[in-house]
Write a protein of this length. Sequence first.
Length: 278
Amino acid sequence: MISRDAVLSIVGKELGDGLRNRWIWTVSALIATSVLAIAFFGAAPVGVTGRQGGGVVIASLVNLAVYLVPLLALLLGCGAVIDEKQRGTLDLILVYPISLGEYFSGAFLGFALALTIAIAVGFGVSGIVLMSWFEIEVGAYLGLAGLAVALGVVFLSLSFLVSIAARDRSRAVVSLVFVWIFSVFVFDLLLLGLLVVSGGELPAALFSTLLLMNPTDVFRLLCFKWISGVASPLGLTTAMPFVPSTLLLGVALLAWGALPLIVSYSLFRHRVANETLT
């Protein structure tokens, strides 16, 4: 049985460590600055320049979130668990009456809370300014921020898996850079290439299924369906004759967050038991 007090103590420790990470606040400040720059100086991601209305601003911010939120999550989680092992603090923590499940769940929740706070600060500071200058619906902006947090948690889960699998921070950082590049840039380029090769005759159901294989595209589709300010699909979704249901998209995003976390916990238990974590 998992002890709530034990989990909360780990949450507090990891939350404090996360909030002291200067890179997290650097990216959070970059999010706030980029949001304001796009709003006031142009909506370049959707091909429009100049000061725009609320709908165009929200559409631009969706693409901005795709680039920066995963990067923020990966920076935060790149040394998850492994840093504690290399410093020797993990062995000390596990001497106390705390199970591996309590430590792992507390660590992930602590990281997730730190990530949520960083995203909330980045979007919150810029949101206050935007609300007073643009006709942006509060619900649409809060919806975007909430989905951005969900996307961040997905990539935090992926970072836990990569970090534990890589066994040390340097390998984890290199691997996570490739994860970020592939998810944000390469995957969509490969799908575009597939469309070109097929002469635009790729079955709609197959194309939609392939989009579900990338969490950033699932995020874009959810923004399109849930946020009223996003008037049209974004990125590759403009080529989609068929959009998956909201329920399917939600399940896909949940799976992207849960499955890597389950695998990383199993791998963590196996390596601690066999003393092969590092």
